[in-house]
Design a protein around this ligand. Structure first.
Ligand code: ZN
Length: 212
């Protein structure tokens, strides 16, 4: 199995895997964050969740604590993938990792479009992921839709262990799914370790990344 990113062919693989070497964005292809930065991201997520658990915070504060943790979770997964997805896909994924929570707005307006009391909106479900994946059939929407689908999956990964969980199987099943927080922690530790190893391997690859 090759460690090199597949060459761009202009099709699906090209759209998703193309190496964008322009701006050095925090999710730029070829980026190799130091292990300390990756571990710091993991620790920051933990600290944010510790603060969030200290008391019942106002909704705005809950968001300010939760969204950075969502963003860092998604970023760590992209790092574990070696930032090999296209910059466009990764950008949309990071955007979706927090933007999906805009579906909470109707709740604050007291439009309770949720299947269970105090639950999250039904748009927090695999049905939305499937819808976004269907949109990848439209060539112009392929990269944004793929990124949004990935970002939503990463968002749900965290929501599955916090608050009321997620109505994952809506509309087939309206019940909430809530997993132990320890599952998320274990997954994050594995993802962070993978990101560190991927960074080191790329450093030692022939023709690998040697950023200053
Ligand atoms: Zn959410």
């Amino acid at each position: 199995m090759s460690n090199r990113a597949p060459q761009s062919d202009g099709g699906w693989a090209g759209g998703v895997w193309a190496a964008g070497r322009g701006l050095r964005l925090p999710w730029a292809s070829g980026l190799r964050p130091p292990a300390a930065v990756l571990v710091a991201a993991l620790v920051t997520i933990g600290l944010l969740d510790v603060v969030a658990s200290l008391r019942t915070w106002p909704t705005a504060v809950v968001g300010l604590l939760d969204w950075p943790a969502h963003l860092l979770t998604a970023w760590l997964v992209l790092a574990a993938l070696g930032f090999r997805l296209s910059t466009t896909v990764q950008g949309w994924a990071l955007f979706a990792a927090i933007a999906i929570d805009v579906d909470h707005v109707p709740l604050y307006l007291h439009w309770h479009l949720i299947p269970a009391p105090d639950g999250r909106p039904v748009t927090h479900s695999l049905a939305t992921v499937v819808l976004l994946l269907a949109l990848t059939a439209v060539p112009r929407l392929r990269a944004p839709a793929a990124g949004l689908a990935l970002g939503l999956v990463l968002h749900l990964t965290r929501d599955l262990v916090t608050g009321p969980g997620v109505t994952l199987a809506w509309p087939v099943h309206g019940g909430g799914v809530l997993l132990p927080y320890a599952v998320y922690v274990a997954a994050l530790v594995v993802v962070t370790a993978a990101a560190v190893l991927v960074g080191r391997r790329r450093e030692t690859e022939p023709g690998g990344v040697h950023s200053s």
